[in-house]
Design a protein around this ligand. Structure first.
Ligand code: CIZ
Ligand code: SF4
Length: 319
């Protein structure tokens, strides 16, 4: 529409005017992905978003994603202004792991190395020894296990279970989950596979173990993109947020991508296979916050310094 085009023009102009760069997650609306790329920003997973924001010369980072991504950007770049389209865009993993309860859980397991997923608040990160994203979790836990560490893992139980099965590490786990990935169903997936016997199944490890068990490739959003490009198949069934379809389809024009089935009727599942918080990111809010400077992410400086330690460890490990 005209309004959409006008908003995009306004955002392009404001990004230049405000010395800002736009960083978008794979799960946000395709308009926000395209705009980020076209204006010299980035579309990626949370690990690369964090790295890109830290290394970019812009003085303002506009983060399209969910709150923990904006907080991580601020922790790594306290001198930069970090803006987000909607400060209420959160994550069920973050919500399900309050810092005080998590801290008590850590206190109850003092002999364990605390490994925390990126999808957490700054206060939870500040209790961690290591931060991981789904693209480096396996390698980091493997290395820790080889060094004799016992692990305390939080907050995603499916990702934690997957890593435990793959590495054999000794892990105690927080019982959180992602409301999007938790809804993928193995029975319905098997039925879809019977209708499409040549299809390859790509699964994000935040999904239940029975769904992971049916996968031809298991991994982070970036790993799913790589697998789709490399695998010699015409059809793919994808168990991750359907925001991912935009990149999968534009990068693989000859291939067909289908959404993996969800229950579609759970109380927590309003729009299945799409994160309701990622969906809160829109063009109008992007334009508004760039113009007014509203929705700035703040992290207490002392807390941020402590939370930066596990993030820096991860970035150094994956450098
Ligand atoms: O599910 C998410 O929020 C993911 C995959 C985040 C990320 O990019 O690691
Ligand atoms: Fe959190 Fe799941 Fe949404 Fe990702 S898709 S932000 S893990 S609720």
């Amino acid at each position: 529409t005209l309004e959409r085009a006008a908003l995009k023009d306004k955002i392009r102009r404001l990004l230049k005017e405000k010395n800002a760069v736009m960083v978008s997650h794979y799960y946000v609306h395709s308009d926000l992905q395209d705009l980020a790329e076209e204006t010299g920003g980035l579309v990626s997973d949370s690990l690369e978003m964090a790295r890109f924001g830290r290394d970019h010369a812009a003085t303002t980072l506009l983060v399209c994603g969910v709150r923990f991504m904006g907080e991580t950007a601020k922790i790594l770049s306290p001198e930069k202004r970090v803006l987000m389209p909607d400060l209420d865009a959160t994550c069920s993993l973050d919500l399900g792991c309050p810092a005080d309860e998590f801290s008590a859980f850590c206190d109850a397991h003092p002999d364990r190395t605390v490994v925390v997923y990126a999808n957490t608040s700054a206060a939870v990160k500040a209790r961690a020894d290591w931060l991981v994203t789904s693209s480096c979790a396996l390698d980091i836990v493997k290395a820790l296990k080889d060094q004799g560490h016992k692990i305390l893992w939080a907050p995603d139980r499916h990702l934690g279970g997957y890593i435990q099965r793959e590495t054999g590490a000794d892990m105690v786990m927080w019982e959180g989950s992602c409301i999007v990935h938790d809804e993928f169903k193995s029975f319905e997936l098997q039925e879809l596979l019977r209708e499409h016997p040549g299809a390859k199944v790509l699964v994000h490890p935040e999904s239940p173990a029975a769904v992971v068990a049916l996968a031809d490739a298991v991994g982070s959003t970036s790993a799913i993109l790589n697998a789709a490009r490399q695998m010699d198949a015409k059809e793919f069934i994808v168990a991750t947020d359907n925001g991912m379809m935009h990149k999968l389809r534009t990068l693989n024009p000859g291939k067909t991508f289908m959404e993996a089935p969800t229950s579609g009727n759970s109380a927590t599942c309003k729009s299945c296979a799409h994160c309701p918080w990622m969906a809160m990111n829109g063009l109008a809010d992007v334009a508004r916050v760039l113009e007014t400077g509203a929705n700035e992410i703040q992290v207490d400086p002392a807390l941020g310094l402590r939370a930066k330690l596990p993030i820096d460890r991860m970035l150094a490990f994956t450098a």
